[in-house]
Design a protein around this ligand. Structure first.
Ligand code: GLP
Length: 240
């Protein structure tokens, strides 16, 4: 794992944007995997700036989002569909046909998860997967568990994750209890992974990942087994 230490959130976003921009310039039909959260918001706004300055063209880029809540309509302001369009897709020249987000608002989320995995497997593979980590060490919505999951699947969210994510909802009772997420296997099959980590509340999970054993109770620790991982970590996350 390559670890890039940066001073703060802005520098993390800047470095991440440089890496993503370089990837798209080198391979205009890059397949990206993306997630939603506080962490990538700065990165997304910098990518929009690149586009507006005429330095990046997203017309051939394809994306697969990593996760989505189950049960939120796509126009709900907390759904990852809504947030991805608001924070990135509506402001760059992505072809809507190239955007893929797991379906959480459907009668059969399990079948939708299987379809999503099939679609990823039929693609040429994710070139660069960009994600953050949860306070409890989750990646995507793969919660601490007794085994590592493989493909895209439906998960039951843990109470602490719902409490952490309640900041975006009226109350914790409004946070969905389930989500659909790429599995650990899906994530590990990406050719390159960029992990962005900012803030004191991620310190413990980050230390468990860097210095601890690889174990499903710390899902992010699996990244030690991936051949091409870059972590961009700010001072608060690194030093606590
Ligand atoms: C959320 C998402 C993850 C995200 C993580 C951290 O619950 N499911 O994809 O990486 O938790 O989010 P944030 O960047 O807001 O701290």
């Amino acid at each position: 794992m390559k670890i890039i230490e940066v001073s703060d959130y802005n520098e993390m976003s800047q470095k991440a944007a440089e890496i993503v921009a370089e990837q798209i310039k080198e391979k205009p039909d890059t397949i990206l995997a993306l997630n939603v959260g506080s962490t990538p918001m700065g990165l997304y706004s910098l990518l929009i700036d690149y586009y507006k300055r005429g330095e990046l063209d997203f017309s051939q880029v394809r994306t697969f989002n990593i996760d989505e809540y189950v049960g939120l309509p796509e126009d709900n302001p907390q759904s990852y569909h809504y947030l991805m369009h608001k924070q990135l897709f509506s402001q760059i020249n992505m072809d809507p046909d190239n955007i893929n987000i797991p379906k959480g608002y459907t009668e059969d989320p399990d079948a939708a998860a299987e379809d999503y995995e099939r679609k990823i497997k039929k693609s040429k593979g994710i070139d660069l997967l960009i994600m953050g980590i949860g306070v409890n060490g989750h990646i995507g919505f793969n919660e601490p568990d007794d085994h590592f999951s493989d493909d895209t699947h439906v998960v039951e969210l843990q109470e602490n994750t719902r409490i952490v994510n309640a900041r975006f909802f009226d109350s914790v009772d409004h946070v969905p209890t389930k989500a659909v997420t790429m599995g650990i296997g899906t994530i590990m099959r990406a050719k390159k992974i960029l992990l962005i980590v900012s803030g004191k509340n991620k310190h413990e999970a980050l230390m468990n990942c860097i210095y601890g054993d690889v174990k499903p109770s710390v899902p992010v620790s699996i990244l030690k087994f991936h051949p091409n991982v870059t972590m961009i970590v700010d001072n608060e996350a690194f030093y606590g």
